[in-house]
Design a protein around this ligand. Structure first.
Ligand code: GRF
Length: 194
């Protein structure tokens, strides 16, 4: 953790697998004046992840992890986290499930953003499932990661009203906009626990 003008900055790693709009948003948030977070490292299990381009453009260290062997992959990540003095891991569209062992080693320091109003609709295809079930609302949740999928303590949520006859693509787009507001708010909320 760096101290800048009395402000403690939290070294953060963002894990991605795909397009990385949340990563881009978190980088921008970290660059705001008086920001309390540094994005020091980007981890991807997928070398084709479009989000890697943001890490490159903002000159942030990026590592692509080969997942052929999960244990080796996670050990490599843990080493990178240690080397880079990472205190917080933000999952942002990371399509790999972290093992119990990994989560234990980084207990209380891993957060995730999920596109539903948890505890409803854990897992994939959240918006389609919400539409199929004729829900009035979808939304997004930032939560701590524990060993059960999408089940850790909720930090913050935002609701999004589902429009009449809305398709999941449109809904996902509108929820994503809210995700970009929610993730920084949630990190600000937990800052004092570091
Ligand atoms: C987001 O909808 C996030 O909630 C989910 O995966 C998506 C990632 O989008 N976990 P992006 O890669 O950040 O654009």
């Amino acid at each position: 953790m760096k101290k800048l003008d009395g402000l403690k900055k939290i070294n953060t790693a963002v894990f991605i697998s795909g397009k990385g709009s949340n990563l881009k948003n978190l980088i921008k948030f970290s660059l705001l004046k008086n920001s309390k977070f540094n994005v020091n490292l980007v981890i991807s299990n997928n070398y084709k992840a479009k989000g890697l381009i943001y890490a490159k453009n903002f000159n942030i260290k990026r590592k692509i992890i080969n997942y052929n062997n999960i244990k080796k992959a996670e050990n490599k990540i843990l080493l990178l986290l240690k080397k880079n003095k990472i205190k917080l891991v933000c999952l942002a569209g990371y399509m790999k499930i972290l093992s119990k062992n990994f989560i234990k080693k980084f207990k209380g320091k891993i957060v995730n953003i999920h596109p539903s109003l948890l505890p409803k609709y854990k897992g994939l295809y959240t918006h389609q499932r919400a539409i199929d079930n004729k829900e009035k609302y979808s939304g997004c949740t930032v939560h701590f990661v524990n060993s059960k999928l999408d089940s850790g303590k909720i930090i913050l949520q935002k609701k999004v009203k589902i429009k009449k006859k809305e398709n999941s693509k449109n809904l996902a787009k509108r929820v994503l906009k809210q995700e970009h507001l929610l993730y920084p708010e949630a990190l600000t909320k937990i800052y004092s626990s570091f």
